[in-house]
Design a protein around this ligand. Structure first.
Ligand code: SAH
Length: 209
């Protein structure tokens, strides 16, 4: 896939809809989304919608990814947790925007594919774990930012507790057909929640319940 298709995606789907953070736009121009989808869908890699990635899961729509990344206001020194690695596309973008990325995926086959794609692109600041992301990664906490790519029915308490003071979390919350992005900022031990765009994600499945 050429840079032209990616540039077109960035201009028409992101910039034209109000995404303005230059670091996010640059990262989305650099990361090849086609490297994270399988052959039958590669020609559609820069289109304005999610795509299947196996195990009934999907790679997120570029615009929704951009909204989530922009809301986190990542700094180059940040340590980030991602829940729901899926294809690894957002993982790669986080690797461009932050210092260190820890990512958890409950389907081992998807985690393995994502590791391969991430390694092929040469990222060395990423670790992908297979497991239940609702538990977070206590051994690597606290995090400056947490990005959850699957819909939580309610906020997972373990994730809130692994956010450092001043840290941000973006997470879709709600039932399967009506979710809303919530941006949470930890302030003096209290989560401050602001409601963002309505979205539709696959469910966050906790192995604990
Ligand atoms: N950002 C990813 C989105 C993948 S879809 C991409 O663009 O490719 C969401 C992913 O969350 C799915 O792969 C699903 O298996 C995973 N998931 C759902 N519940 C999970 C949980 N409790 N822990 C870790 N991953 C989970």
């Amino acid at each position: 896939m050429t840079i032209t298709a990616r540039q077109f995606m960035v201009d028409t789907q992101l910039r034209a809809r109000g995404i303005s953070d230059p670091r996010v736009l640059d990262a989305m121009l650099r990361v090849p989304r086609d490297a994270f989808v399988s052959e039958p869908y590669r020609a559609e890699a820069y289109e304005d919608h999610p795509l299947p990635i196996g195990d009934d899961q999907t790679i997120s729509q570029p615009y929704v990814v951009a909204v989530m990344l922009e809301s986190l206001q990542l700094a180059p020194k940040d340590i980030v947790l991602e829940v729901g690695t899926g294809s690894g596309y957002v993982t790669a973008l986080l690797a461009e925007l932050a210092a260190q990325v820890f990512s958890i995926e409950r389907h081992p086959a998807l985690a393995a594919n994502a590791r391969t794609a991430i390694a092929a692109l040469g990222y060395t600041n990423v670790q992908i774990f297979a497991g239940d992301g609702t538990l977070g990664l206590p051994a690597h906490a606290p995090f400056d930012a947490i990005l959850v790519s699957a819909a939580a029915f309610k906020l997972p308490p373990a994730l809130l507790s692994q956010l450092r003071d001043g840290g941000r979390m973006i997470v879709p919350v709600g039932p399967p057909d009506s979710q809303q992005l919530q941006l949470i900022r930890m302030h003096n031990g209290q989560p401050i929640i602001s409601l963002r765009d309505p979205v539709r994600f696959v469910p966050l499945i906790s192995d604990q319940t």
